[in-house]
Design a protein around this ligand. Structure first.
Ligand code: 3BY
Ligand code: FES
Ligand code: FE
Length: 424
């Protein structure tokens, strides 16, 4: 049997991989994707293997693991991951899988430990992943050094933690440098999470991202958010009116004088960073547009800084205002199930009940998230119909969606091509 057909036997997904590449190569660039991309089990597994197990993912914030022994866990497809602060302040990421018989090691979302101890038979690992102790019964020639935790690539910038499960991840330096630059004054190492929400949406992860990449739906869906958000995506938005452009120019001059970064920066299609004005007279994404925390983030000089928007494909978008930030993370659970995590972040010295009320701070995005959840779920239900066929995106209103789907298609085709098990 030639190696090609052996590969096919070994990999039950091989025909689906070929079909995926073919559909992407033949897709209409400005149309939504064919149905299987949104609801097929095999396509979902390919998404996890080729996107979520290969691309850099936003995992969490450095301020969530402030001291040595602080850890957080997450799941990338079927891969439990633990991120832990080491003895010298360094950030480690590991597969959260014991090297004894494979039990999940850390079972809590967050916590603090002196060592990583497996709950099953108490194999004990140093915070840097070395196996320190494996009971007394492993035999005299047992070599602890062969059973350290498996590392996961991890990089940090501007207080953001990114992980990649790839053997050879792509370069991410430009993003990390940009985050250091744009978030310098936010001092995210000295921030804290004031509130968190975790929503499981009955929709494919791409529908969650597509929905986020346009504000075509904002007028009809988001009354609370539109108390402060301008529906223009950035200063290059094709819909921008002369009045909006004038406001942008006036605000950019103010930000320039204050030394606050505002430039529009793109890194390929994967990342975009830009500061845009909020509605005139508002400074924060709250019900009344006023600041939600009396204490500003980091060393920011003013509450009135519009909103710094940071996009990281495939799984994060972010809004930084003068007083607080809202950070979003998307993780796929199943073909039609997605975890959306939202964190509201304030200065670490801001005092709950004195400087901010978390209930008041989270109101706008709790409402917005719920509205977006419904939209994504209804989109999913319609797409599941035999009547669904890819439909056209508007170039003026949905350019962000076009960009996302282009990024996805390019990365998918590239990663499929590089995968050893592919028989294209
Ligand atoms: O700013 C956001 O997070 C996006 C833009 C449009 C819809 N959504 C609220
Ligand atoms: Fe972890 Fe046995 S599986 S100690
Ligand atoms: Fe929305």
């Amino acid at each position: 049997m030639d190696p090609l057909s052996l590969e096919r036997l070994d990999d039950p997904l091989a025909p689906a991989r070929e079909a995926t590449a073919e559909m992407l190569n033949n897709r209409h660039p400005n149309f939504s994707l064919p149905q299987p991309f949104y609801n097929d089990e095999r396509l979902f597994r390919i998404d996890v293997q080729e996107i979520f197990e290969k691309e850099w993912l936003f995992a969490g914030l450095t301020c969530e693991i402030p001291a040595k022994g602080n850890f957080m866990t997450l799941e990338v497809g079927n891969n439990p991951i633990v991120i832990v602060r080491g003895n010298n302040g360094e950030v480690h990421a590991f597969h959260n899988v014991c090297r004894h018989r494979g039990s999940r090691l850390c079972v809590h979302d967050k916590g603090k430990v002196a060592k990583l101890v497996c709950p099953y038979h108490q194999w004990t690992y140093e915070l840097d992943g070395r196996l320190l102790f494996a009971g007394t019964d492993m035999g005299s020639d047992f070599d602890l050094s062969q059973y350290g935790l498996k590392p996961v690539n991890v990089r940090t910038g501007g207080g953001y933690i990114f992980i990649s499960l790839a053997e050879q991840p792509q370069d991410i330096d430009e993003l990390l440098e940009s985050l250091d630059h744009y978030l310098d004054l936010c001092d995210m190492d000295n921030a804290k999470v004031a509130a968190e929400s975790n929503i499981v949406e009955d929709a494919n992860w791409k529908l969650v991202i597509e929905n986020n990449r346009e504000c075509y739906h904002c007028n009809g869906a988001h009354p609370e958010l539109l108390n402060s958000l301008q529906e223009f995506d950035d200063s290059e938005d094709p819909r921008a009116t002369p009045a909006y452009r004038a406001l942008v120019e006036r605000k950019q001059n103010e930000w320039q004088t204050m030394g606050v970064p505002w430039e529009l920066k793109r890194i390929g299609r994967r990342n975009r960073l830009t500061r845009t004005p909020l509605l005139n007279g508002t400074v924060s994404m709250t019900m009344d547009g006023k600041q939600a925390s009396r204490k500003l983030l980091g060393r920011l000089p003013s509450p009135d800084l519009g909103v710094l928007r940071i996009l990281h494909l495939p799984n994060s978008w972010n809004h930084f205002m003068g007083d607080h930030a809202v950070v979003f993370r998307v993780l796929p659970i199943g073909p039609q199930k997605t975890l959306v995590t939202t964190k509201w972040v304030v200065h670490k010295d801001a005092v709950e009940g004195v400087d901010y009320d978390p209930e008041q701070m989270r109101r706008v995005w709790d409402a917005t998230n719920d509205q977006d959840r419904r939209l994504a779920e209804e989109n999913q239900r319609g797409i599941n119909s035999t009547a669904y066929q890819p439909g056209p995106y508007s170039e003026t209103f949905e350019f962000g969606v076009i960009d996302f789907v282009k990024w996805y298609s390019e990365r998918m085709l590239d990663n499929l091509g590089g995968a050893p098990r592919l028989s294209l």
